[in-house]
Design a protein around this ligand. Sequence first.
Ligand code: SF4
Length: 293
Amino acid sequence: MARPVTEKDTFDAEDASYLGDPWREAGAMAGFEAAIEQGPALFLGALGAFVAAGAALFLLFWYLAVPRLAELSPVIPRVFLAGGAIVFLYIVLEYLGLVTTVYTPKCLLLPFVRSSRVIVRLAPLAPRFARLFGSTPDRMAHSAVQVSNAVTRATERRVKRRGPVLVLLPRCLQRPECPEAVVNDIENCQRCGECPMTELLALRDEFDGVVMAVLTGGSVVPAVVARLDPRAVIGVACERELIAGIYVVDDRPVVGVANQRPRGPCRATEFKWPDLRAAVELFARRAAEDGPD
Ligand code: SF4
């Protein structure tokens, strides 16, 4: 097993961000929800609306530009329209493939481009448009994470990687009064059962090749991932941290598990155990099939 992860190895003071930073900005607590239940339909609907809007804009541009393009050559408008139609057809097929992939066990994403990466690239933008769809940034982010997770589950077999399964945990899962320095080394937990760390360690010990790290902020994620070079990453955090973290870890399978905040942000947070267990089992099973690293 890899040696314990310590932030001393990876912490970059020049680039420090701390868990809770997204909740300290002006107005950040507006619309705060302790726990969010939101399916993938919200993000998929927003994506579909943008696809339709993009097509409408293209047709409008084509309609306005046709007279001038035709002056140059009567062939140009037809070529322009044919090129646009091919691109639009590709986007529509990929979108329908994404919807099918999210709601069925089949992966219908087009195989010749890294479509799942496109979704990951779009996901951080989603919260900015949440109000347009009558939602909140956190709900839109939650929905985008659900979509990203579904894409990861459908495509993770395509990614050939070795290495451990890395589970990144936020420090706020620890009981606030606990003096143990689990950020330096999760093994410092005394497994007293007062917070989820006890069961998290039990979950880790259940599987070969699972490494857990407790982090104080998202800025250390790239360094931790670079040092451990995991086959897959599972992150537990609030939607605001997850949406940024998924973007950072975009070159390997990543699953986000949203936390719940019954005592407010960043304090004795909780999460849904079945979601985390399912993610660990998925990647641990793959590691077992691939054999020893
Ligand atoms: S399980 Fe107990 S010892 Fe371990 S981090 Fe939680 S409170 Fe501290």
